[in-house]
Design a protein around this ligand. Structure first.
Ligand SMILES: Cc1cc2nc3c(=O)[nH]c(=O)nc-3n(C[C@H](O)[C@H](O)[C@H](O)COP(=O)(O)O)c2cc1C
Length: 218
């Protein structure tokens, strides 16, 4: 698989089978992801990986945490202006259509959102933190790491879903992994092998036409 193929075939997977992820592979992919470029070579990512029995322990731990939590940060700007609002709406509607969940069925929609907190059943995952003193440029660096990891995972035959939803469970995650006070949770990443039978995994998200976001300056 070349880079173009990895970029073209990567997509977010939201239903995984229980095939284990090799610990050594996960570690190697994370190590290779650290070759991502960062402004000033700060390498601001701080990663806590969970796999196998530790993931089981985390699921049990999280189930015991029923108190509401303060989100680590607002995931989307409020208000979310156009065209971003429509784009978000569309991918959500496309996903719920595949899941057979109607707009009125708020409980089922909420139930699917909650699957984020089970890593969509993925046997492995990681949490990506950043030092609280870092700003937008370093958050962008985290994005580089995320994308590199997802492409390398693809090459290795693994599937992924980046998960900002974890910002809503930041306190529990921080406590479980033992992250220091100086760190804040940016996102999680589900890692595993896709359930090829799950309709939700057939979702191909739209992309804006090139002309809408790029200007070839003359
Ligand atoms: C930083 C980041 C956080 C994301 N958080 C979530 C999430 O919490 N839950 C989820 O289902 N998808 C999440 N996604 C997946 C996006 O919805 C997805 O990337 C987008 O709709 C484009 O689809 P694609 O990844 O299949 O190309 C996230 C993606 C990124 C890059």
């Amino acid at each position: 698989m070349n880079v173009t193929e990895a970029v073209a075939s990567r997509k977010s997977i939201r239903a995984f089978v229980d095939t284990p992820v090799d610990d050594a592979l996960l570690k190697t992919l994370l190590q290779h992801s650290a070759r991502s470029a960062t402004g000033g070579n700060l390498q601001p990512w701080r990663v806590f990986a969970l796999n196998g029995t530790v993931m089981q322990r985390f699921r049990t731990f999280l189930a015991s945490k029923t108190e509401p939590e303060t989100p680590a940060y607002p995931i989307y700007p409020q208000p979310l202006v156009e065209p971003y609002r429509s784009s978000r709406y569309k991918v959500g509607e496309d996903m719920y259509a595949l899941l057979g969940i109607s707009r009125e069925d708020k409980a089922a929609r909420f139930g699917h959102l909650a699957r984020n907190f089970d890593f969509f059943d993925a046997p492995a995952g990681f949490f990506l933190f950043v030092d609280k003193s870092m700003g937008p440029p370093q958050w962008a660096d985290l994005g580089m790491f995320i994308q590199t990891f997802m492409l390398l995972a693809k090459e290795a035959g693994l599937d992924t879903c980046a998960q900002e939803a974890w910002a809503n469970r930041a306190q529990s995650v921080t406590e479980f992994v033992g992250a220091g006070d100086e760190l804040m949770l940016f996102c999680g990443m589900a890692v595993g092998y896709r359930d090829t039978e799950a309709p939700v995994n057939t979702l191909i998200s739209d992309r804006e036409p090139f002309e809408n976001w790029a200007t070839m300056v003359e």
